[in-house]
Design a protein. Sequence first.
Length: 222
Amino acid sequence: MMVLGIAVKIIVGMMGVLFFLRISGKTQMAQLTPLDSVNAFVLGALVGGVVYNPDLSVWYMVFALAVWTVVNMLIRYLLRFRVWRRLVKGDTVLIVRRGQLNLKEFKRNGLEMEQFRTLLRENGIFSMFDVEDVRFETNGKLTVSVKHNISESFLLVNNGSVLESSLENAGKDRAWLEKSLKKLGYGGPDDLFCVEWTPGKGFYVAPKEGMARDGGETDVSN
């Protein structure tokens, strides 16, 4: 009898979730908003809590799903208003403008340079020298405007830390990096948010405080 009850709860739960998705108008699961993430957690908790609790009947699940659907539809109605839409979904932000990092938006969105470069590579871009503008969308993806043909580059410093593996992949060492930074007018990597090196083009350096700037190729050898 208990097994039959669990089976009924699972079937009702699945149908209830499908009905919720149909009513909420969710047509593309790849583009998740904060509201969608909350829905996923809540729906999982509602269905799972009732399925594995023998003291709760299937009607508790139906009632909970109905209440959550009504609440969700109310929230989606409120999203028609700009204030609520910004509060729930957030805004698209410009994190790179004319090749310059907006460190305030980087920090506010919890982005690190390694993570940012991964997102750029997913867009087929391998160097900051090729980036004009970058918008961080509400679904966590990037919209990138490029300058010209893409280039391969190496992230050598991330948030003040030297990435030894990147130096090795670039065929360079720490002494070369420190000499190059000194020649560009920087004391060392500790005070730098990021240092990117592109062969044939040079350094893209962003201090933790201040504006990022491009540096040409140096003649410092190993």
